[in-house]
Design a protein around this ligand. Structure first.
Ligand code: 5AD
Ligand code: SF4
Length: 463
């Protein structure tokens, strides 16, 4: 058995990074690493970085400044601390990180995580390593051999099915940092899903930068789209709930829309980012759909799964955005009536086409628009939550709640729900009645014994 060392990973950004951090940790477990509660006590610290919006790189450098102090303090105590930078900032600015931050021992792009144990060895013997490998295929193939730590298995898990993006929205760095679209083979995904189910996972969220662009051969031949894959995962014993994120409207095919009406395990929640309600801006963003196309898709999704909670991302202040363009976004939000949305000020990303434009929107105007949009979005979210008061629903409990004697979990609509309940409810789907709704969470009381989500959803779909 290798010596026990401590690992601390700080994760920034999206769920793909959360997933990747988990896999890095699993891969390093084989080299004897256990997770540390804080960087102070860690022998290896990894920053898993995000490059999607502004100042991401600056955040990394200021974090590295803090770590430099920790590292020298440990060195004074005669102990070594290895510092690594992974993720999208590493991919985009790896060389610069090594130049600017001597404290960094290793830089690792998102497709090179499977090499981490070997790289850690090289660093330990005195090398400084930079590794930025494509394609994703090798990463998934190699990480597959790594067992997830059963003890840490959560009730709800992410499963990466697809990585990278070929869409090239003009504001976005993902196609540059994560590379071309790559779909993992269905056999590999199902093998991982079976393993998760065996470890007690009840809910799986299929993950991808552009998850609904997933395609591949079926387990027993034929061509599969995401709907087929969802169907196959839903059929695994033990998997009670399924979700997928994040999708692009262009890849919302008929079979996927139908799956929302046909698969009881598929939770009634869809995150389908539109970014803007203005056709002119959508075109400038290279989204390759207009507002009407998007609204029509949502109409069909709502027909397939009445009551589904809809969510989106929005960017305000994209170059050239006029008041009228922004009002079109506000109109679209009013028309859809979202359960939840995320909104951001446009942030020019070096190397992307929109960053080169000379009609950038004034920061103060961006801030003003963001505030108006967020006020509307928050009101919609609160209204969605308030409409749940008095309703009964199935909650998957997975963690202790805010207060002693409480447990917390997620509703089918991905709302956080707190209820007076004992720890024996962890990992169970239970029926609750919502008694109070806030903007960000719901309070509930238990309304009966644990009920199978499947039956609930079948009833909901039929009603
Ligand atoms: N500026 C602001 N927001 C952005 N996003 C992606 N790139 C940028 C950018 N350059 C947002 C989009 C995307 C979400 C993950 O981040 O809304 O859907
Ligand atoms: Fe970025 Fe557009 Fe690809 Fe989403 S679809 S990852 S926003 S380029």
């Amino acid at each position: 058995m290798p010596v026990s060392r401590k690992l601390f990973i700080k994760t920034f950004g999206c769920q793909m990074n959360v997933y990747d951090s988990g896999r890095m940790s699993d891969a390093l477990a084989a080299s004897g690493y256990v997770e540390a509660a804080s960087p102070d006590e860690a022998d290896l610290v990894i920053l898993n970085t995000c490059h999607i919006r502004e100042k991401a790189a600056e955040k990394v450098f200021s974090e590295l400044g803090r770590l430099r102090l920790l590292k020298s303090r440990r060195l004074e105590e005669g102990r070594r601390m290895i510092i690594g930078v992974a993720g999208c900032v590493a991919q985009a600015q790896g060389e610069e990180i090594l130049d600017r931050a001597p404290v960094v021992d290793l830089v690792l792009g998102p497709q090179a995580y499977h090499k981490l144990p070997e790289i850690e060895q090289r660093v330990r013997s005195g090398e400084r390593v930079i590794e930025m490998d494509f394609p994703a295929e090798e990463k998934f193939e190699r990480l597959r051999g790594v067992d997830r730590r059963a003890a840490a298995a959560p009730v709800s898990a992410f499963l990466a099915v697809q990585e990278g993006c070929d869409k090239f929205c003009t504001f976005c760095v993902v196609p540059y940092t994560r590379g071309a679209e790559y779909s993992r083979p269905s056999g590999q995904i199902l093998e991982e899903a079976r393993k998760l189910a065996g470890q007690g996972v009840r809910e799986i969220t299929l993950l991808g930068q552009n998850v609904n662009a997933w395609s591949g051969g079926g387990e027993h031949g034929g061509n599969w789209r995401l709907a087929d894959l969802l169907g196959a995962v839903a059929a695994l014993p033990g998997i009670e709930r399924l979700r997928y994120t994040t999708s692009h409207p262009r890849d919302m095919d008929d079979s996927l829309i139908e799956a929302h009406g046909a698969l009881p395990q598929l939770m009634p929640y869809l995150h389908l980012p539109v970014q803007s309600g203005s056709d002119r801006i959508l075109q400038a963003m290279n989204r390759r759909h207009n507002a009407e196309d998007y609204l029509r898709i949502l109409e069909r999704v709502r027909r397939a799964r009445p009551g589904i909670a809809l969510a989106s991302d929005f960017i305000v202040g994209f170059p050239g955005e006029t008041d009228a363009d922004f009002e079109a976004t506000m109109d679209l939000v009013r028309e859809v009536n979202y359960a939840q949305s995320y909104s951001f000020k446009y942030s020019p990303r070096p190397g992307t086409p929109a960053a080169e434009r000379d009609d950038q929107v004034d920061e103060a105007l961006k801030a003003e628009r963001l505030e108006r949009l967020q006020t509307l979005i928050n009101a919609q979210q609160l209204a969605f939550n308030a409409a749940c008061e008095g309703r009964e629903m199935a909650v998957l409990f997975d963690r202790p709640g805010r207060r002693p004697g409480q447990m917390a979990g997620r509703s089918p609509y991905l709302q956080a729900v707190h209820a007076e309940a004992g720890p024996e409810l962890a990992g169970q789907v239970a029926r609750v009645r919502i008694v109070n709704a806030g903007a960000n969470s719901l309070t509930a009381e238990l309304a009966g014994p644990a009920a199978a989500t499947r039956k609930e959803a079948e009833l909901e779909i039929r009603s």
